[in-house]
Ligand binder design. Structure first.
Ligand code: ZN
Length: 54
């Protein structure tokens, strides 16, 4: 460990909105699979949602 501060959290770029987002506790186990900053972006990844029947 070399002085990891609380703010030294990993970041990723959202594939949908292109914004950087920071590691969250809820992503602790799935961080490698996280590609979107929010549920909203995750849903809009497929810009032709044919599966959504609402
Ligand atoms: Zn996003």
């Amino acid at each position: 460990m070399r002085g990891v501060s609380k703010q030294d959290l990993p970041e990723k770029i959202c594939l949908v909105c292109g914004r950087p987002f920071t590691w969250r506790k809820k992503w602790k186990k799935v961080w490698d699979e996280v590609k979107y900053c929010s549920e909203r972006c995750r849903r809009s990844k497929a810009s032709g949602g044919t599966k959504s029947s609402s």
